[in-house]
Design a protein around this ligand. Structure first.
Ligand code: PLP
Length: 396
């Protein structure tokens, strides 16, 4: 009889978003006249930009003609899309070879799939609070997970502790859920720790496009990172590809463990288990990197960033402690009135009709925190913050 991967028994069922949906549905049924504003969504709302649609349309038409039809493509992506990605990195001073860039169907899959390269014996360090995918994918393969305390004291930017030995380290900057961003000195500490201890950093740069301050967009801007890090990036939040699906993963050729090249291992893994991203999508992604496309996606990002500013200005005005809001679409705030995060969720929904995400859904250190996102419309963000202000002022 077949035996199953029993590690799945150890994965905690995530009720976070279903619990939120149920509470919102119940409230809405009981209060049909109240307009609910959703500030908890992690999905984008702005459509694909014209430049992407135009390139994608070319790709679609090509697929309909025998002379320009594309069948199976290179598993690791077409050169025509890797070239502009290489050039994009070069703008930040990062020189990559084309065969260090692997085109993927998004950061989530690759963040999970990369674990094929590592033994289940490794100890994994993840911050708490955290994007839950890092935790669940490691539980699935039975790894030991330890948590790095990310909290108000360290500004939700934990630094390495020499007394803690970790083989695989997850870093997400700008962070989901906290919006906090590591600076160069802080990232250098992680890179030095990893090189000294023979650890690998899995760096999630899904929100790099929101950075406009002097913060590293890529871990490879940090000296020494090419011998200890793999980077995951995504067009989801950069260019509204959440439903279109494309990302890229950078595995440097200088990266080795136990005398094995992780670049070669990843190539082998991808050519064995993955057949590449659709030609039409890669063609569409070309429209992200043209000068016109860059301008158009920037407009969308600026739109979200303006929303983030409306939210963070409100927190400033109310004197509420928070991280994010700058260089990030997330604002992570300390629940007013010393409330627990679900208590504050109910309070905000019932009295203001505004929905956010309780911090406890991302880990124990989120117990008294709450995530608001900038992915709503500007009108709704303004209205939600007006209601938020009025309500929180009643707490005195
Ligand atoms: N990484 C982080 C930190 C995220 O927040 C998300 C999406 O919310 C992803 C990765 C997933 O990205 P993708 O849509 O490219 O799979």
């Amino acid at each position: 009889m077949v035996s199953v991967n029993k590690n799945y028994k150890n994965i905690k069922e995530s009720y976070l978003f279903s619990d939120i949906a149920k509470k919102v549905a119940d409230f809405s049924a009981a209060n049909p006249d109240i307009k609910i504003i959703r500030m908890g969504i992690g999905d984008v709302t702005r459509p694909l930009c014209e430049s992407v649609i135009s390139e994608m349309s070319v790709g679609v038409r090509e697929m309909g003609k025998a002379e320009t039809f594309h069948g199976y493509g290179p598993e690791q992506g077409y050169g025509f899309i890797k070239e502009p990605i290489k050039a994009y990195y070069a703008e930040s001073g990062v020189e990559l070879d084309l065969d260090e860039i692997f085109i993927s169907d998004g950061a989530k899959s690759d963040v999970g799939n990369i674990l094929d390269l590592f033994s289940p014996d490794n100890t994994v360090l993840v911050p708490d609070p955290v994007y839950p995918v890092y935790v669940d994918t490691n539980i699935m393969s039975g790894r030991n997970i330890i948590f790095a305390n990310s909290n108000e004291e360290n500004g939700f930017l934990p630094l390495p502790d020499e007394n803690v030995k970790a083989d695989i380290i997850y870093i997400c900057s700008p962070n989901n859920p906290t919006g906090a961003v590591y600076n160069r000195e802080q990232l250098k500490k992680w890179v030095d720790y990893a090189n000294k201890n023979g650890s690998i950093i899995l760096f999630d740069a899904a929100y790099e496009a929101f950075i406009d301050g002097d913060y590293p967009k890529s871990i490879f801007e940090i000296e020494g990172a090419k011998t200890c890090a793999i980077e995951f990036c995504s067009l989801s939040k950069t260019a509204g590809f959440t439903g279109t699906r494309m990302g890229y993963t950078v595995v440097p050729k200088a990266l080795e463990a136990e005398n094995m090249s992780l670049n070669k291992m990843w190539l082998r893994r991808q050519t064995t288990k993955f057949n590449g991203v659709s030609y039409v999508v890669q063609r569409g992604a070309l429209g992200v990197f043209t000068p016109e496309g860059r301008k158009q996606i920037k407009e969308n990002i600026e739109y979200y960033k303006e929303n983030a500013k409306i939210i963070s200005d409100t927190m400033d005005e109310l004197g509420i402690w928070y991280t994010g809001g700058k260089n990030s679409p997330y604002v992570w705030l300390k629940c007013p009135g010393n409330m627990e995060s679900w208590e504050f969720f109910d309070f905000l929904l019932k009295n203001a009709g505004v929905v956010g995400t309780p911090g406890s859904g991302f880990g124990n250190n989120g117990t008294n925190f709450f995530r608001l996102t900038a992915f709503s419309t500007k009108e709704n963000t303004i209205e939600a913050m007006e209601r938020f202000k009025k309500l929180v002022k009643t707490l005195g």
